[in-house]
Write a protein that binds this ligand. Structure first.
Ligand SMILES: [Zn+2]
Length: 398
């Protein structure tokens, strides 16, 4: 694997799954894991084995069905957690134990109630134990971005010496900025030569509390991180994790800036987002980058004219690049019944002539009040009797 390869560590099934509205059954996790394998992620964090019997069962099930990506289980820096994680992943083709321990004084003092020295001892002991059970161990100093920098370096050095093969420095609370986060990766790498000598991979893990998760992740990559932790649709604790689809698209569209390769099949981004949207209780917001319903919608007028002349006028990538059916024809008050029926059919709704007529009246009334009619507006116009008949939306690829 070249040093320019950025590994995608997907934590949709762990960090994502533990957020409101996102809990999944083992079967649903398995469905998602298959989609992630097709997408080309390098590592799937399948759960937190010690957290519940359900998590343990899901991890064990996924290890037996998924062969290409490495399967990871999260574990606290505790013997029982690490042994449980090892049991959950024992049948994986390629396995990883991901050990985490707080690094900030705030977390050590108030959450764990242990001293800095005790935490350093635990770091070495837990990583050594994990390495005795599996040859691929990731260590995360939790809340790294708010930890004392010298102390963070001490903790990372101990984890590397104990045999950690990946060091993930999470911005657990979404506090950092791109410049600061990038500089942290540079500094830690410079101060611990063993990272490069042993080929230890540095990893980012960002949360979106300030809307900076993707920017911070890209800053880490620009400063040497070769693993990025992220989730589909950016789901995760609070404001969510860095969105996988945004990082993958940015690394491709702005390859001139980053110059790294990934295993992600870009045309699987939207289909994977759809799989997740059908499992959890919510879809990405319409204006969400890459996978939102309107990410490739254009209003009429100047933009539409430019699009017809040359799509590059207003699109930096084609919808088909990321697996989205072609650029939306935006419906407005001048659209006719045929255009309305066509769009409804694309969305998976077949309507009778009479139903079309009724829907059209409501559509025109709405179009008088609203400049653009988006897909979710159309769906909102339909009575339940039609909505219940929905079939698979038609996927039209350019
Ligand atoms: Zn997290």
């Amino acid at each position: 694997m070249s040093t320019d390869h950025v590994a995608f560590f997907d934590t949709t099934l762990r960090d994502g799954e533990q957020s409101p509205g996102c809990s999944m059954t083992t079967q649903e996790k398995l469905t998602m894991a298959h989609a992630l394998e097709d997408l080309g992620v390098d590592i799937i964090e399948a759960g937190f084995a010690m957290a519940s019997e359900g998590d343990f069962a899901a991890i064990a099930t996924i290890t037996q069905a998924i062969r290409k990506p490495r399967i990871a289980s999260l574990a606290r820096a505790k013997t029982e957690d690490i042994e449980m994680a090892a049991r959950a992943i024992q049948f994986a083709g390629r396995a990883r134990i991901h050990v985490f321990l707080a690094a900030s004084d705030l977390h050590l003092e108030y959450k764990l109630k242990i001293s800095r020295e005790q935490a350093l001892d635990l770091t070495g002991e837990s990583v050594r134990l994990a390495r005795s059970l599996v040859d691929d161990v990731e260590f995360s100093p939790e809340d790294a971005t708010r930890a004392d920098r010298d102390y963070l370096v001490d903790m990372v050095r101990i984890a590397v010496d104990a045999g950690a093969t990946t060091i993930n420095m999470p911005d657990t609370v979404g506090y950092t900025t791109p410049e600061e986060y990038g500089a942290m990766f540079r500094e830690v790498r410079q101060r611990i030569p063993a990272i490069d000598e042993k080929g230890v991979i540095l990893s980012s893990h960002c949360h979106d509390d300030l809307g900076l998760a993707v920017a911070n992740s890209l800053a880490a990559i620009a400063n040497g991180a070769r693993q990025v932790e992220c989730t589909i649709n950016g789901i995760g604790e609070r404001a969510g994790n860095a969105a996988l689809e945004e990082i993958a698209a940015a690394l491709f569209v702005r390859g001139d800036r980053y110059g790294v390769s990934t295993g992600i099949k870009l045309d699987k981004l939207y289909p994977t987002s759809e799989v997740l949207g059908q499992i959890i209780t919510f879809k990405p917001s319409p204006n969400k980058a890459i996978v939102g319903a309107n990410a490739f919608a254009h209003e009429s007028g100047i933009h539409q004219h430019g699009m017809l002349a040359n799509p590059l006028c207003y699109e930096i990538m084609t919808p088909s690049l990321v697996g989205v059916s072609r650029t939306h024809l935006v419906l407005g008050k001048h659209s006719g019944r045929a255009a309305l029926r066509h769009r409804l059919e694309q969305l998976g709704f077949t309507v009778s002539r009479e139903e079309l007529q009724q829907t059209y009246y409501r559509f025109v009334a709405l179009a008088d009040r609203k400049k653009n009619i988006y897909d979710q507006d159309l769906v909102g116009l339909l009575p339940d009797s039609i909505r219940e008949r929905r079939s698979e939306p038609v996927s039209e690829l350019d």
